[in-house]
Ligand binder design. Structure first.
Ligand code: ADP
Length: 372
């Protein structure tokens, strides 16, 4: 089990009146549990922020203000944390209001009620159960931290590898082109074929590495949502970049006025370019017809890119968003299998969703949700 430091193992006690605090401290010290008395709510909040395993609070210490202060603290805990609280209650009419207040806390956190008078064994058992629960939370935090570190390392590795591979691959591509241009007459047919394999391999690697680099860059995104940008404008920029393929395929691209979304301009362009590029690449025998739609969905916009292409079988509709996942060989369709993984990554960063609905042989609709 994980143990960051001793402060995080403490049992905090807030029992300002009577002999509760003294009795509890005696019980804990006999049970070999580390405890700390807090005089009032601000002191408790400060100690909680330093680190604690659980807290015992006497019901009468809970005024409306203190409940709201504690409530704020509880709701701003990190995702791994749900600190267990034990509220010591008492019977009696005069206690009804504070009991009511204590119940409010229950809605916000992990709260157990223990009625006074209690036996030392009861309180020790309650605190030990709370400690066990807290240890599990520390373990979850440790795993989260390990995963985050491993992810960062992988991210860095992929970035450095793809960045540093660019240059040698570019050289291979350039020199194989030079050889085929300037030494062609000195090579026999087999030699020329081998050279062509080298050249094709280098060009393929070039686009794979460029795609991978783009993929790793899609991760380094601001934490705050950017200012709204007009999706229509970014769509038109993406279409400009695709002008050549649109013309070659005589593709029709239609769209309604598109809304403003809180996504970086470059990311929006990448999304449109990848999705519309695919809609044309995976075309059927019919002339490509692509439409872009937008519908409001609560605090988000749902954008759709619809095509009349070859479509995708139901069992592959999730897999295609994975890195390097492709449904066809290079001889059928060129590509690296990175485009949709980039889209997935961009959309993830904005807490959105991306998915496809498709009828094989009829066409596909790619949908994504982005913050309004
Ligand atoms: P790439 O196009 O480079 O192979 P992507 O990540 O963009 O990589 O797409 C992954 C796979 O998803 C493609 O290889 C293709 O099989 C399938 N796909 C993507 N878009 C479409 C589409 N509009 N229609 C049919 N299949 C598609």
């Amino acid at each position: 089990m994980y143990r960051k430091n001793d402060l995080e193992m403490r049992v905090l006690v807030l029992a300002p009146t009577g002999r509760d605090a003294v009795l509890l401290q005696q019980t804990f010290s006999a049970a070999n549990l580390q405890s700390q008395i807090c005089e009032h709510i601000p002191a408790l909040l400060e100690e909680l922020s330093t680190g604690a395993a659980t807290a015992l609070i006497a019901q009468e210490a809970l005024s409306p203000e203190s409940v709201s202060g504690l409530g704020n603290w509880l709701t701003s805990q990190p995702t791994w944390s749900d600190i267990p609280f034990i509220v010591l209650t008492s019977k009696g009419r005069s206690n009804r209001t504070t009991f009511h207040k204590a119940r409010e806390l229950q809605a916000l956190g992990n709260v157990t009620f223990l009625e006074r008078p209690f036996r030392p064994e009861t309180i020790e058992a309650g605190v030990r159960a709370a400690l066990r629960a807290r240890m599990r939370q520390y373990e979850i935090r440790r795993r989260q931290e390990t995963l985050t570190r491993a992810n960062l390392d992988l991210e860095q590795f992929a970035y450095t590898a793809s960045h540093d591979l660019q240059e040698p691959i570019r050289n291979m591509a350039i020199y194989s082109t030079l050889i085929s241009r300037e030494y062609a007459d000195r090579l026999d047919e087999q030699g020329l074929t081998y050279l062509q394999f080298v050249s094709e391999g280098a060009h393929r690697m070039e686009s794979l590495v460029a795609g991978l680099l783009e993929y790793t860059k899609a991760a380094t995104i601001v934490d705050e949502l950017p200012e709204p940008v007009n999706a229509g404008k970014q769509l038109r920029l993406a279409l400009l970049n695709l002008a050549e393929v649109i013309r070659e395929n005589e593709a029709d691209v239609v769209y309604c006025p598109l809304p403003d979304v809180r996504v970086r301009e470059l990311h929006l362009q990448q999304l449109f370019q990848n999705l519309i590029g695919n809609a044309i690449k995976y075309r059927s025998a019919e002339k490509p017809h692509i439409s872009i739609t937008a519908e409001r969905e609560g605090t988000r916009w749902r954008l759709g890119v619809h095509d009349n292409g070859i479509g995708i079988q139901a069992e592959y509709t999730t897999r295609i968003f994975g890195l390097f996942k492709r449904l066809h060989g290079h001889d059928e369709y060129s590509g690296t299998g990175i485009g949709l993984a980039i889209c997935q990554r961009i959309v993830d960063r904005y807490m959105g969703r991306i998915w496809v609905e498709s009828v094989p042989g009829k066409g596909s609709s790619f949908f994504l949700t982005l913050p309004a």
